[in-house]
Design a protein around this ligand. Structure first.
Ligand code: ATP
Ligand code: MG
Length: 206
């Protein structure tokens, strides 16, 4: 089973994906996490991606599509796509190499996003996501790792990323609605409540 998590930056795609991947026995494929790993390792791809990411722009389609395709080849499990596809061309490319069973549209408003992404902190060691609105330590409660702020989580970049989302990614809502596989989930509210709703959708499509 292959599922896509769609939604603006800060909608909670990564947080929910981490919760649900074991319950649903799927691989969590986050293009943002893959790019950040390339940046940490200082690869050519990472250096190239950094410029786009820090300006809040999308990394070119051909780079992203190549990266996802090579990851898919090495997997025989279902995939939970987080942050991919982000353009109609990426979605069309994905249709060529995977059958998508469901798309979860995590919708919210721009004010919520600016607030959430502005307070976001991430564990350097295990990747767990926190927010200063409910967590005030600078160490991870699971592994003790140091928490950091992503360099693209500044107020200016967040607004740019939201604009890019509206222009380039939001058209995918209609693209998948027309295919009859879109499920709308309100991104506000408790994480567990959203995990439960999404798990029920997974169980229905399986
Ligand atoms: P979230 O808040 O849910 O983690 P996000 O939009 O803040 O979502 P990532 O998904 O981690 O963050 O992506 C970070 C950046 O990496 C994007 O702003 C973009 O520059 C780049 N990126 C990630 N995935 C793609 C993609 N599919 N196509 C193009 N660029 C991408
Ligand atoms: Mg993410």
């Amino acid at each position: 089973m292959n599922v896509i998590f769609l939604g603006p930056p800060g909608a909670g795609k990564g947080t929910i994906a981490k919760e649900i991947k074991d319950l649903a026995n799927v691989i969590h494929l986050s293009t943002g996490d893959m790019l950040r790993e390339e940046m940490r390792n200082g690869t050519e791809l990472g250096k190239m991606a950094k410029q786009y990411i820090e300006e809040g722009k999308l990394v070119p389609d051909e780079v992203i599509i190549g990266m996802v395709e090579s990851k898919l080849k090495s997997s025989d499990k279902g995939i939970l796509f987080d942050g991919f596809p982000r353009t109609v061309d990426q979605a069309k490319a994905l249709d060529q190499f995977a059958k998508i069973d469901a798309v979860i549209n995590l919708y919210t408003t721009v004010d919520v996003i600016v607030k959430r992404v502005g307070g976001r902190r991430i564990c350097r060691d295990c990747g767990k996501v926190f927010n200063t609105s409910w967590y005030d330590s600078d160490r991870c409660d699971e592994c003790g790792g140091e928490l950091y702020t992503r360099t693209d989580d500044t107020e200016e970049t967040i607004k740019k990323r939201y604009e890019v989302y509206v222009e380039q990614t939001e058209p995918l809502v209609d693209y998948y609605r027309e295919k009859g596989i879109l499920h709308d989930i309100d991104a506000n509210g408790e994480i567990q409540e959203k995990v439960d709703k999404i798990k029920a959708i997974f169980d229905n499509v399986q």
